[in-house]
Design a protein around this ligand. Structure first.
Ligand code: NAP
Length: 422
């Protein structure tokens, strides 16, 4: 082993076996002079050359140098082994540079071809996202119902759910987006699983497309995907915080929440997963399965390709103007119970009152009617999923009940006091 330590104005080359070769650019500083003297006096330092750094012999020429020939035949043999070792190392360096260059070319080719995105679940939301995806890549969709004509109009290839195998095994999919209802999510993943495995058997273990979910709850799909999918499948959990009503005029400024859940077999625990109340940038560090802290700046080939594919998919949302918001699934659900779920809950409660427009509607009442209209346009499955699969939603209902009691009690108390004061 040889370690080269270039420290201007001195370069040390430490050879395995304790031999030291030193190149210095000059003796201009007393510190450098003292250092070289010190080396010369040391028993094991066999050679000190003095040369300006610019004329320093190239490292490649060193492997033939007879640095340590002090008449000892063992030293001669060591020198000749050393030369062979250096030659192999240079060869290794050359091949490694070649590999890097091939990888870069491969990545460039991957980047230059459009993504092929499969969508499973072509209902209200599946269609809504497909429309934008077609601007950036090829889209193939499947669903229980027959949406072939509609898909055709949108430029989306359609495959009926009964032919899911064809979609998953035969199509050149980069990404699969699961856009089915929350309540049917687990079964859909179970249905998908054998086809994914078949694909990986046929095309190799690295052929699993990036699996993305868009469910309005996040811990539930995260757990299901981690539990059921082969570890070779990368997972991206997302929640576009908008839909066909709220973003009918485009996605500009709409919030897009995402968690890079698993990349290249490494489970990412975003910083601040549970406790920090919102510092959720999942980009930099994570724990691997062995509990070791790692950074995402790994340069393994498959890691780079996985990251590249995720970034390319995310860039669609970014290009459309979304506010990109990395957030852990756990924190998403905590926030969503007190924002999205309560909105849907109020919309459903007020909708159940049968409220109708009147000739004297205030602006406030108009927004109440709008809330009812928007929330009731979503399927009941979606509303039920928000309740059933977010562990925080029970508490939201409890707090709403308590607040309702508080407010009505305050009204009654005020009325009683007023009566007493008369
Ligand atoms: P949804 O009622 O939540 O889901 C409808 C979709 O689920 C349809 O594609 C439907 O397929 C499929 N589906 C329902 N039951 C199924 C079953 N048993 N097996 C297989 N597929 C089944 O309504 P959505 O608005 O389209 O939402 C889809 C997903 O997007 C949900 O997970 C939702 O949380 C998420 N999301 C929705 C919005 C939004 O604004 N609507 C926003 C963000 C995220 P068929 O149509 O073929 O029956």
């Amino acid at each position: 082993m040889k370690i080269t330590v270039p420290v201007l104005p001195v370069t040390f080359i430490l050879h395995f076996g304790g031999k030291i070769d030193v190149f210095v650019s000059s003796f201009q500083t007393p510190r450098v002079g003292r250092f070289v003297e010190n080396i010369q006096q040391r028993k094991r330092a066999a050679n000190v050359r003095i040369a300006p750094l610019t004329t320093r012999p190239p490292i490649s020429s060193l492997h033939n140098a007879e640095f340590f020939d002090d008449g000892d035949p063992n030293a001669k043999a060591a020198n000749s082994n050393y030369g062979e070792l250096e030659r192999l190392k240079l060869e290794e360096q050359r091949l490694s540079a070649l590999l890097t260059s091939v990888r870069q070319q491969k990545l460039a080719v991957l980047r230059s071809r459009p993504l092929t995105i499969g969508i499973i679940g072509f209902g209200r939301f599946g269609q809504f996202i497909a429309k934008s995806f077609t601007k950036y890549g090829n889209v193939v969709a499947t669903s229980r119902s027959d949406y072939a004509a509609l898909a055709n109009e949108m430029g989306v290839k359609y495959v009926h759910m009964s032919e899911m195998e064809r979609l998953v095994v035969d199509e050149d999919l980069d990404v699969i987006v699961l856009a089915v209802s929350i309540v049917s999510f687990e079964n859909t993943v179970k249905q998908l699983l054998p086809y994914l495995k078949k694909r990986m058997d046929k095309r190799g273990e690295n052929s699993c497309p990036l699996i993305v979910d868009v469910l309005s709850v996040k811990e539930h799909p995260r757990n299901i995907l981690l539990e059921l999918l082969p570890e070779e499948c990368d997972i991206l959990c997302t929640h576009p915080m908008f839909g066909p009503d709220s973003a009918k005029n485009g996605w500009e400024g709409q919030t897009f929440v995402y968690e890079k859940t698993r990349i290249n077999k490494v489970l990412l625990y975003p910083a601040g997963n549970e406790s920090d109340g919102g510092n959720d940038d999942a980009e930099e560090s994570f724990m691997d399965d062995g509990g070791h802290s790692r950074t995402v700046h790994s340069n393994s080939e498959s890691f780079v390709e996985s990251m590249d594919r995720i970034e390319r998919f995310l860039s669609i949302w970014e290009e459309e103007g979304c506010k990109m918001t990395p957030l852990s699934c756990a924190n998403h659900d905590a926030y969503a119970a007190n924002s999205q779920f309560i909105t849907h809950l109020m919309g459903r409660i007020l909708g159940a009152q049968g409220l109708q427009p009147t000739p004297i509607d205030t602006r406030g009442f108009q927004s109440v009617l709008k809330l009812i209209e928007n929330t009731n346009a979503d399927s009941f499955d979606l509303f039920y999923g928000l309740y059933k699969y977010n562990r925080n939603s029970d508490l939201t209902i409890e707090k709403l009940r308590a607040s309702m009691d508080d407010v009505t009690r305050t009204l009654l108390r005020t009325e009683l006091k007023e009566a007493r004061d008369k």
